[in-house]
Design a protein around this ligand. Structure first.
Ligand code: NCD
Ligand code: ZN
Length: 483
């Protein structure tokens, strides 16, 4: 009998889960965690890396990135985007469908899978686009391996048309029995379009005109409506980029009614405010907008009490030229974030805003649970993928745009002091970032995670009243009548 030999041991770190942190070692074999425990209890290993004094976190799962590939190589691609993820301690990303062409058919999805698989150094999921004319493609998109669906209730970068409420209901009816989660850009298009037109006609071009066109009611109305449709159909939904205190009410009420609704916020809504428009101007133009400072405390409180389930980034890279135009309406919306989320949030951990365990719960454990990836992802347990962010909580550092891995070297965080930095990132047991350097030869190592499935059974409702059911019935009646 030969003793099992591990490939790698990560020795003497503080291993963090959503509930506890303990000093110990992690043995890794074939990309998975083999054992977690005291250094003396570890098996033989080919390689041992001592991480005394560092914290070992399950890699962050960023469920909201725009890697722009195919379509916008000047902004980002799968190589630069996943390099940025690796530097940010992010081991899995979910990529949005507003690429060119939008990810709305099985063929387009397959092509995107090929591109991502050839360039990515971290694992990934791909969203399928759920819109008026893609409802019929839902089964094929699921068959082709989407992690979930994205529905744009409001217009944003990429100008994907927002479906009518009627189309949205039908889309929810079709997705509900599949159990896939629908992530929503919850801003009501008709409200903000009308306001933007009036503001532009009145000659407003200043940065604050952006927020004036999209007050919180735009989001509140959308979240409420989405929650009602999810409740009726039993569809699972996720509210992306929660930006206002007011949205928390429909989110809380939906949860209290038993709607399968989850929510995310992003570092910029927790850390920035309208006070920053003066200096940052178009750089912080993002949808939904960074809002008044009074929203921040309620967002933090919601993150603490679990109303907001997770932290994502809405990593939305654009070029410096696209971000610095004088007319605010001509500035592309969004900025990179996948790389800076962890240092920014670890700084808040250091400030006592949340515990390191709470951070892991919001950055990794909850996303894994919500999309059915747990316990393969989202924790450091025997059998889990060895996706690790090894961080120095004591490291002080200044973020500079020019040092970003993202192709988009323009963000609101330029010059910001942080405390807490990922030093190494491992994906399935392999270093992809080591000592703040990208590891060579890892392009193409990233894999789609859609096959990992651990979701509770779907609970569709009102199935006798769906479009499918009524049209089917009417068709049957017509046939009977003719007969
Ligand atoms: C995103 C983008 O650029 O793709 N922009 C943004 O302002 N958030 C789109 C989006 O997530 O709405
Ligand atoms: Zn969005």
């Amino acid at each position: 009998m030969s003793a099992v030999t591990a490939d790698l041991i990560i020795q003497n770190g503080t291993i963090v889960s959503a509930d506890a942190s303990t000093v110990g070692s992690i043995a890794i074999k074939d990309g998975r965690v083999l054992a977690v425990g005291a250094a003396e209890a570890m098996p033989q290993a080919r390689e041992t890396v001592d991480v005394t004094g560092l914290h070992v976190l399950p890699g962050a799962i960023d469920v909201h990135v725009h890697f722009r590939d195919p379509g916008y190589p000047a902004k980002e691609d799968w190589a630069s985007g996943t390099a940025a993820a690796a530097f940010g301690g992010v081991t899995t990303v979910f990529d949005m469908p507003n690429t060119i062409p939008p990810t709305g058919t099985a063929a387009i999805l397959a092509a995107k899978h090929d591109i991502a698989a050839s360039k990515a150094c971290v694992d990934f999921g791909l969203y399928g686009l759920l819109g008026d004319d893609t409802i019929a493609h839902v089964p094929a998109l699921i068959e082709g391996g989407v992690i979930g669906f994205k529905l744009y209730m409001g217009n944003t970068f990429g100008k994907i048309p927002s479906p009518s409420t009627g189309a949205m209901l039908e889309a929810f009816e079709v997705v509900a029995p599949t159990g896939k989660r629908i992530s929503l850009h919850a801003e009501t298009n008709s409200i903000m379009e009308r306001r933007q037109e009036r503001l532009a006609a009145a000659g407003r071009q200043d940065p604050l005109a952006h927020i004036a066109s999209r007050p919180a009611v735009v989001a509140v109305e959308a979240v409420s409506r989405a929650a009602i449709l999810a409740e009726w159909t039993g569809a699972r939904i996720h509210i992306l980029h929660i930006s206002s205190a007011e949205e928390l009410r429909p989110l809380r009420e939906g949860k209290a009614r038993g709607v399968d609704i989850t929510g995310e916020t992003c570092p910029h809504y927790l850390l920035l405010s309208t006070d920053d428009y003066h200096d940052l101007a178009g750089i912080i133009r993002v949808n939904p907008p960074v809002r008044e400072a009074r929203n921040r405390e309620p967002l933090w409180a919601a993150l603490t009490d679990g109303t907001i389930d997770l932290i994502a980034t809405d990593h939305a890279p654009h070029t410096p030229e696209e971000k610095t135009r004088n007319d605010i309406w001509a500035v592309d919306c969004g900025f990179p974030g996948v790389e800076t989320q962890m240092p920014l949030m670890l700084t808040e951990v250091n400030r006592g805003r949340m515990s390191i365990c709470d951070y892991v719960r919001r950055s990794s454990y909850n996303p894994a649970k919500i999309w059915g990836l747990y316990p393969r992802k989202g924790g450091i347990l025997p059998g889990s993928d060895a996706d690790l962010a090894i961080v120095d909580l004591a490291r002080e550092h200044t973020l500079y745009d020019k040092e970003l891995q993202s192709r988009s070297k323009i963000s609101p965080w330029n010059g910001r002091r942080i405390k807490g930095l990922p030093l190494h990132t491992l994906v399935r047991g392999r270093f992809v970032m080591k000592d703040r350097k990208l590891v060579d030869g890892m392009r193409g190592f990233g894999r789609s995670v859609h096959e990992i499935q651990n979701m509770p059974a779907p609970q569709p409702r009102n199935t006798d009243l769906t479009m499918q059911a009524i049209v089917g019935e009417a068709a049957d009646r017509r046939v009977e009548h003719i007969a």
